[in-house]
Design a protein around this ligand. Sequence first.
Ligand code: FES
Length: 521
Amino acid sequence: MNTEEQKNFKAPPQSYWIASTPTTDYPALNEDMNVEVLIIGGGITGISCAYFLKKEGLKVAVLEADRIAQGTTGHTTAKITSQHNLIYSKIKTQMGEELARQYADANEFAIKEIKRVADDNNIECDYVPQSAFVYTQQEEYIQKISDEVKAASSLGIEAFFTETIPFPISVKAAVRFDNQAQFHPRKYLLALAKNIYDDGVPIFENSRAVDIEESSRYIIKTDRGKKVTAEKVVIASHYPFYNKPGLYFTRIFSERSYVVAVKAKEKYPGGMYISAEEPARSLRYQDSESGELILVGGDHHKTGQGKDTTKHYETLIDFANSIFTVEDIPFRWSTQDCMTMDGLPYVGNFTSDTPNMYIATGFGKWGMTNSMASAVIIKDLIVKGKSPWQDVYNPSRKTIIASAKNFIVENFNVAEQLLDGKLSLPPEDVDIKPGEGKVIKADGKRAGAYKDEQGTLHVVNTTCTHMGCELNWNSAEKTWDCPCHGSRFSYEGKIVEGPAVKPLTVSNDVNTVEKLLKDDY
Ligand code: FES
């Protein structure tokens, strides 16, 4: 890793979790197969679910579109906490005591369960117990912090009000949860995946599920032309690619947020932190082979709707500089989260009419404990037919209707983005420098052009293959991102994130585009 290049954003973003662990090399699906349960998605939810179901004696397989533990699991801040910002006072007020208690119990259980699974499988994953804090620097949030302490305490969580935190910033108030933890998500998950693979659970990488045929059993078709027949299917692929029932695309939206990993002169004081107010700021540390890294996260925006995405890294670096003497910025990365209408995940039966199809998605920014809770809920639904936490996570819960305002706002936003992309006319001739990507018009059509550092031009059709919205350039990650439901594509048109299941068409018209460019190509 060239540190100077990272500081100047010359090097591509890279997650510390991925950089510090080996890449995986599980085989692709090269022949049709039959299983009892197919799990689609090899992130922490899918692998954990496979682990529990295998222990129950079921014949399970995992299908991953890319490499396992490389999506959101490989780009998280990896806080193992039931403290999901100021959530308990909100759930208690809007959904009642019983559902708030289910959410608290599920996430408190998940903290302990991750540790138990790591211990049972002899996994060394840098697990460190920590206290977690939500802090505020604004007077008007003090009451909200106080309400959260009361709500969480009433649900059995050890929550405390405090006017100071161990971190060197002045705060007005904070809520502290003890007995939380941090870990290295890929050290944990790669070891767990290897254990289940060695125990007879097939894991297929580079095998994207593209459709599901519903008959007496499910037939899951892949982009490799091979299919899996399964009695039950679990969709744990982040944003669900399958929408025939459920219409998930009308009730999930995607957000991106950013992390910089810095080295500082000062020692990190311990603890995990997040601000109650916007812009969100999240902090934790991680011991690495070359010393202590401080992970500074935050700055979110809807996928495909951030203007100059590079500036989010700069903002976080400015924040880090305001607190520490930053000596190095060896890593930076961004992640994508699925957000729901009422802020709670959708976990359980895909719809009330699909008893053998399950889903786990919409974890917001709290995927570590929610993924473990989801794996346990789905295991219980499959094995016992019920879970003590099924109501609060139920994808068909009635409270979703209560969030009708959010539903209207979000879907209006999608319609707006769809129209905006179709109506805005890009310029005919543009100047594209090496490392830049721009929307241009070539032969009367909207196209996306990226010029790599060697000067080679890559031109793609910018119409999203999911539902036809027009893609926007993400300068920080050098991808084409969809403002409607969050699909992302590389500058060569390959799928980086779903729900899209087809790559972009690459323009054969590079010569025409080259002629349109003003600068010497
Ligand atoms: Fe749905 Fe692009 S992700 S239209």
